[in-house]
Design a protein around this ligand. Structure first.
Ligand code: ZN
Length: 199
């Protein structure tokens, strides 16, 4: 698996940024809109209580349902900022960790920012769902106009591989298990990439 570049990168307005959560168990994604602020889909976990007060957010913090605009420090929560790449070559895409880049091209920055702002202020993005409507979907949707969560697809691919290895090691019917895993992965990834908003 390729790793994202390790040299520090500074976000530009309209960039899709992400960072680790829970020690790398998953990544959290958002759109950097400039002025040290990020718009992101928070999800239910964050909705359990109000965000702690923050000097930097000040009056600029906006929360509307599950979408929020917060300062970059609140977004990163002490983790390292990474920038999600768009328009990567397919060969590079298949070698890199899922959920860090995308072969599709980004819209111009001002359109990305206005899409994120519009979702925050007016239309919303529906209820957070880890598989069908997550923070990566939100950011990819702002960047490209359609939502795809590659992070989840990556987890499914790893599970399929693990099933194949386990079946092989046990001398079991590897072909059948791999087929079942691939069918399941395809079905889920189709659901993720297919059942998306068209507005
Ligand atoms: Zn803040």
């Amino acid at each position: 698996m390729g790793q994202p570049p390790s040299k520090p990168r500074f976000p530009q307005p309209g960039d899709h940024i992400y960072c680790e959560r829970k020690g790398g168990l998953y990544d959290h994604h958002g759109i950097y809109v400039g002025d040290d602020m990020v718009i992101h889909l928070e999800g239910k976990a964050k909705k359990l209580g109000p965000l702690p007060a923050c000097h930097k957010c000040g009056d600029k913090r906006v929360e509307n349902g599950e979408i929020a605009k917060v300062c970059i420090d609140c977004f990163l929560d002490g983790e390292t900022l990474q920038i999600y790449d768009y328009g990567v070559l397919f060969r590079e895409f298949s070698n890199r960790k899922r959920g860090t880049c995308c072969p599709r091209h980004s819209k111009p920055p001002h359109e990305v920012i206005s899409a994120a702002t519009d979702l925050l202020e007016r239309t919303g993005f529906g209820a957070y769902d880890m598989f069908a409507n997550n923070c990566e979907d939100f950011a990819v949707y702002c960047k490209t106009g359609s939502a795809e969560s590659y992070q989840i697809v990556g987890h499914i691919e790893q599970a399929s591989l693990a099933a194949a290895v386990a079946a092989g090691a046990a001398g079991g019917p590897a072909g059948i298990i791999v087929c079942a895993a691939v069918v399941a992965a395809n079905a889920i990834s189709k659901e993720i990439t297919g059942a998306k908003r068209h507005n």
